[in-house]
Structure formats: structure tokens, C-alpha cells
Design a protein around this ligand. Structure first.
Ligand code: BGC
Length: 664
């Protein structure tokens, strides 16, 4: 059904007809999609002293943030909550007022707390995404006038660069400002956020300074060490405005006006470098603004229906369509609008990340459907060609919802604020299962072999620990694995497994399982069966095979395959025959029959059920047992990427040359 054609088409679907099965069977999103949850420092940490704590007694709800979720003292426990959601990414913000409580005074303890948070996330294979400004200011900076004055920006840049210096070696994702249009309109038009003012003049000044601050921050961080590698972007809330009655020119005029002020002018500013702040007559050039985002963070919650008599306070019930459902926040659930929000930000021609989407729903009777609908729209948009890299649910747990206090509950976990007990909601279970069905599989590396053929020095050394190109081959493999979006790795070691003690790799949750005796490739997998996930990528610990995992995994999942192996047809010898995407014969013997037309290149995707069905105690070979037994059920994924092994000194030397060249 289409209600209006003014601000883009206001589509409304009959959601009862929508088939959500792809969300649960892992077919709706590409395997390297970022699955995340988001929070902001002031909303969860507790014990802050900033512009918000000063404002809270006079805010709409009058509720004070107090100890909030006491996250500052419950970091470890909350990390478990994040991990239990099967997410691959976590977005949080740095509380500037803790880090620089007085001008130029740095609190090393607070900095260490955030560094530790980052390290702990990485240990669990969860990638951090840091927001440098999420609505709160240190009191000293608020007293200087915060974003009201251009000359204050330098202090925020100094703070941002300091934290970038400390963390950018291990944090790839950075958000500069969270929702500048919300900060400006809530603080300076509606007066519901600090400093609680109502002045169009100030709104214009603050808006321009926010854009200046964003551009300067982006340029500064980009010029620093790790800057080129880091992904830095602005987070924009897109609130859609639709005319309440589409035939009414006044409603259309109002919707258009609000859309221009809240959405279009900001996007246009970022795109062109010229920014016309809300209610201004002329645009101004903002230095460095054009193209100042590697990605656009999109926060999407709802649409508002515009009439000339728009409420000027948030508490008045907004108008909704009769068939729409109100969230606890009183605005409607309108997932269809997310598509239009994608269209709006896609004008920037940069990757899109949904940095926030969620719903205030204390009893959780709406949230599961809210999640399904918004993910459905996102997956359709990806299929339509939108470059959407990830989705962060707002929020991890119930928290301090700004002017609304503790009444609006956005969490996948319910929080009892008396006891600080967290409980996973049904919607949290749903989100966790969707993330689980889609995230990259676990990687299993067979690293039992020794470097016997590589000379005396390596005779007693596991082959995967042999250094090539300046580091162990295993580290190269893990670099590749991490770059492909995998985060859980199981390394199966043989005798001398103790040589792996202390081996770590930032960003990966690494588990080592040592075999009790020489068990062969099959025996090693059987021995580690309790650690295997239902689906895993199997690699050899002495081969370097830099292929794209996403198409391979997608292939495996689309075919509901039990085993998908990568095959190359460009190899001097052949060890298998395939036809119509299926394996026919496999043989490791030297004399390959003439009809053999492929070579197994190493990387495969395996369903654990195979291990369980064919596994046995003792020593046995995976290839020799499974490949003949499953022959025509095995799917062949063609990929001509060269693979490297280091079985002999000559091949090791070639690999050395390869790494030295790629480093250059
Ligand atoms: C903000 C969050 C807030 C959420 C829900 C977003 O605009 O970034 O801090 O909690 O909306 O209202």
C-alpha cells in the first residue's frame, strides 16, 4: 500500500505475508556481514560527571543517571552478555568527561579501562567500534560553550587524537559524532537535552560547528599513524517525515521543510562540502567536509507524520497511521522507512552501516517482530545492490534513555535497576540466533605436522610455527582469516603442541586442542569433536591460501552442502575429477588418471555431522576416508587463487619471496 508520494514513496506492507525463513537459516545476509550491538558511555557506565548529570535534575523525566547499569564495575560480566549474542562487533562510546575531567588533566586510569575493554573484546574475537562523541561533554568544556563556539573544537580534536593514538593499532572502526542533528535540535530547539535552550541562532551555530568538528576530526585522524587503515565515519540519524494527509499542501510543505532541516542539509553538506544549517538562508563552505567519511553510520528508528501543528515537545503523542503500532516511545514501528533511509544516505556513495536500530519495548512483545522486519528490509536492500556492511542493534541492555530516564527500555537484555541483574529477552535470543546463522563459520586449522622435511632445525618444530616473511606461517594464515571476518579459531596441534603456549592473535578467539598421540587428519578432528561448531572452515596449518571466504561459504550454504571443497584447475598435477559442481573421484596417488581435471586447493567448509557420522577412535586420514565415502555429495567450489605450501625447502623459499613481495 502506498500512502504518499511526496517525500519518496511511503510504503506500508502487509507483514503477515512476509516469509522470514532466510533470516533464521543463514541465507539472508552475506557471511562477512558485521553483526553488532551498540551502547553509549553515559547511558550505561554510571558515576559520570558531565553536562548531562548537571542537567538531569531539570530534565523532562527529572531522573538522574546515577549508577546507570553500573557497567564501569561490571565490564567482565557485560562482555559475556555481548559474546552470548554471537555478535562480531560492539559499538560503544568513550566518556570524554572521565578521560579529561579537567582541561588538560588526563585520567590514565580511565584510559586504561577503555584500553582493557578493547583488549578483552578482541580476545573474544569481537571487533570494537568506537564513538568519540555521543551527546556528553565534560563540564569544563560545556562551560566554555561546547559546540557553540568554533574555538572550542580544538579541545575535542585533542581528546580524539589522543585516544586514536592509544587505540588505533587495534581498533579499525571509528565514529566521530553521534547524530549531530539530534544533538543540535534536542539541545537548542526543543530544549530537552542540555543546555536546554530554544534558539534558532544557536542551533545554526552549533550545527555548523558540529560539521566543522567532524571534518577536522576525520582529517586529523586520517593523517595519523594507522589513519589510512582506519574506517572513520559520521553517524547520522535519519528520521523520516511524511505528510499526514498526502493531498494537503500544508502537510507536504511541513514534511519537506523538516526533512530538509533534519536530514537533507546534513547529507548534502557531507557530499558537497557546503553546509546550509537548519533555518539558515545561505550555505557555507566547511573546510575538509566534502568526502569526510569512509562509511556512513545510519541510525534509524521511525517516521513522523507532519502537519503544520507539529508538537514542539516530545511527550505529546505523535500522529500515526491507523494500522501502525506504537512503541513505548509513542512513535510508530515503521520498518519500511529503513529502505528510504538507505536511499537517502546512499547518495554519499560510501558503504553504509546501520549503527543503531531498536525499539523501546519493556515487555518485549514488539521487539522480535521489530528485529525481523528491519533485518528483512536490510537484507532486501543488500539484494538490491545497496552497499550495507553491518547492523548494530540498539541496545545491548536497558539503559538511561536521556530525557526519558529509565522508562524507555531498548535492551536485548532486561536490566533490573534495583539489583543490576541482566536477563536475556526473547528478542535477544532471536537476534543471537540470526547472528549465529549468518556469521562466518569457525575456522579449524590442522597444525599437527612437524617440519621434518625442512631440515634439522625444524625437525622438532610444528610446521605452522616456522617463520616465513618475518613471522610464523600460522600468523599469516590468521591474518588472512581475521581479514575475512572470521573470529573463532580452533587450532589442532600434535606432539610438541606445548610450543604453541602463549600464542595469541589480536581479534581472534583462539582455542588449542592437542592430540594425545599421532592421530592423522581425521583422528585429530574426531579428538577435537567437542570443540567443533556445526559448520566450520577447514584449513591446513602449513598452507597459505588467500581466497575470499564469503563466496565459498555462501556457496556451501546455498547448496545446503555437507562439504564444499575449493578446487583449482590451474595446477601442474591433478588429484580429482569433478563434474557439474560435484566431486566424482579423488586420489592422492602420483599417476592421476587422464580424466582428472582439478586439484584440491585446501580451504573447505565442513558440516560437523560428517565428522560425527564417519569419525572413529585412533589414527585415520580425513581425505582418504571422507572423500571416497562422500564422493558425489561433495560440492566443488572453483577458485583459481594460487595456494602456497611449505612442504619442501624450495617451496618454503618461494613463499618467503611471495611474502616479501606483498609486503613491499
Ligand atoms: C541515540 C541513543 C538513544 C536511542 C534511542 C539514538 O538517537 O543515539 O543514545 O538511546 O536513539 O532513543
Amino acid at each position: 500500500m502506498t500512502v504518499s508520494d511526496c517525500m519518496g514513496v511511503e510504503e506500508h506492507r502487509n507483514w503477515g505475508d512476509v516469509d522470514y525463513s532466510a533470516l533464521l537459516n543463514g541465507q539472508a545476509f552475506p557471511p562477512n556481514f558485521m553483526w553488532g550491538v551498540a551502547t553509549a558511555s553515559h547511558q550505561i557506565e554510571g558515576g559520570n560527571a558531565n553536562n548531562w548529570t548537571r542537567f538531569e535534575p531539570t530534565s523532562k523525566s527529572g531522573q538522574e543517571s546515577g549508577i546507570a547499569c553500573d557497567h564501569w564495575n561490571r565490564k567482565e560480566q557485560d562482555l559475556d552478555l555481548i559474546e552470548n549474542l554471537n555478535v562480531t562487533h560492539y559499538r560503544f562510546s568513550l566518556e570524554w568527561s572521565r578521560i579529561e575531567p579537567e582541561m588538560g588533566v588526563w585520567n590514565e586510569e580511565a584510559i586504561a579501562w577503555y584500553c582493557d575493554l578493547v583488549d578483552r573484546l578482541l580476545e573474544r574475537g569481537i571487533q570494537p567500534m568506537i564513538t568519540l562523541h555521543h551527546f556528553t561533554n565534560p563540564l569544563w568544556w560545556e562551560d566554555l560553550g561546547a559546540f557553540e563556539k568554533e574555538e572550542n573544537i580544538i579541545y575535542w580534536i585533542r581528546f580524539s587524537s589522543k585516544m586514536f593514538e592509544r587505540l588505533s593499532d587495534r581498533v579499525d572502526w571509528w565514529c566521530t559524532l553521534n547524530e549531530p542533528a539530534v544533538y543540535a535540535s534536542m539541545g537548542y530547539v526543543l530544549g530537552e537535552f542540555p543546555p536546554g535552550q530554544r534558539s534558532f541562532k544557536k542551533t545554526r551555530m552549533v550545527s555548523v560547528n558540529l560539521m566543522r568538528a567532524h571534518a577536522r576530526c576525520y582529517r586529523t585522524l586520517k593523517s595519523m599513524e594507522n589513519g589510512a587503515r582506519a574506517q572513520i565515519g559520521l553517524v547520522k540519524n535519519i528520521n523520516l517525515f511524511d505528510p499526514y494527509r498526502r493531498w494537503n499542501p500544508l502537510h507536504r510543505f511541513q514534511a519537506n521543510l523538516l526533512d530538509g532541516m533534519f536530514n537533507r542539509c546534513w547529507i548534502k553538506g557531507l557530499k558537497t562540502g557546503r553546509f546550509k544549517p537548519p533555518s539558515a538562508v545561505r550555505s557555507i563552505a566547511v573546510e575538509g567536509l566534502k568526502g569526510s567519511s569512509d562509511f556512513i553510520g545510519l541510525n534509524y528508528y521511525t517516521h513522523l507524520l507532519a502537519t503544520p501543528f507539529m508538537p514542539t515537545k516530545v511527550e505529546i503523542d505523535p500522529l500515526i497511521r491507523p494500522w501502525e503500532e506504537r512503541t513505548d516511545f509513542r512513535y510508530p514501528m515503521y520498518a519500511e522507512g529503513l529502505k528510504r533511509a538507505f536511499e537517502m544516505v546512499a547518495q554519499l556513495n560510501i558503504p553504509i552501516i546501520v549503527t543503531e536500530n531498536g525499539v523501546a519495548d519493556d515487555d518485549d512483545d514488539m521487539r522480535p517482530e521489530h528485529i525481523r522486519r528491519h533485518l528483512q528490509i536490510t537484507s532486501e536492500a543488500i539484494a538490491d545492490g545497496f552497499d550495507i556492511k553491518g547492523f548494530y542493534h540498539w541496545s545491548l541492555m536497558d539503559n538511561f534513555e536521556w530525557a526519558e530516564g529509565y522508562e524507555q527500555c531498548f535492551g536485548l537484555y532486561h536490566v533490573d535497576f534495583e539489583t543490576q541483574e541482566r536477563t536475556l529477552r526473547k528478542s535477544g535470543e532471536l537476534y543471537a540466533s540470526i547472528a549465529k546463522a549468518h556469521r562466518m563459520p569457525q575456522v579449524v586449522i590442522l597444525a599437527g605436522g612437524l617440519g621434518t622435511r625442512l631440515g634439522e632445525k625444524t625437525e622438532h618444530k610444528p610446521k605452522s610455527l616456522i617463520e616465513v616473511g618475518g613471522k610464523p606461517i600460522l600468523t599469516h594464515i590468521l591474518d588472512w582469516v581475521r581479514g575475512q571476518g572470521c573470529n573463532r579459531v580452533l587450532v589442532l596441534t600434535g606432539h610438541h603442541g606445548e610450543q604453541f603456549d602463549g600464542f595469541a592473535h589480536a581479534g581472534l578467539d583462539l582455542t588449542f586442542v592437542q592430540e594425545t598421540e599421532q592421530l592423522g587428519t581425521g583422528g585429530a578432528l574426531w579428538n577435537a569433536r567437542d570443540h567443533l561448531e556445526d559448520e566450520f572452515i577447514l584449513l591446513w596449518g602449513d598452507d597459505y591460501h588467500p581466497i575470499d571466504y564469503a563466496p565459498l561459504v555462501q556457496h556451501h550454504r546455498n547448496e545446503s552442502s555437507a562439504l564444499t571443497m575449493t578446487v583449482t584447475t590451474e595446477h601442474e598435477v591433478m588429484n580429482l575429477q569433478f563434474e557439474d559442481g560435484r566431486l566424482l573421484k579423488y586420489s592422492k596417488e602420483d599417476d592421476a588418471p587422464r580424466e582428472f581435471n582439478g586439484y584440491e586447493a585446501g580451504t573447505s567448509v565442513v558440516s560437523k555431522s560428517i565428522v560425527m557420522a564417519h569419525g572413529k577412535e585412533g589414527a585415520w586420514s580425513w581425505e582418504k576416508t571422507i572423500y571416497p565415502a562422500l564422493a558425489d555429495q561433495i560440492h566443488v567450489h572453483l577458485d583459481a587463487t594460487k595456494f602456497w605450501d611449505m612442504g619442501t625447502p624450495e617451496r618454503l623459499q618461494k613463499l618467503e619471496m611471495f611474502f616479501n613481495e606483498t609486503r613491499r
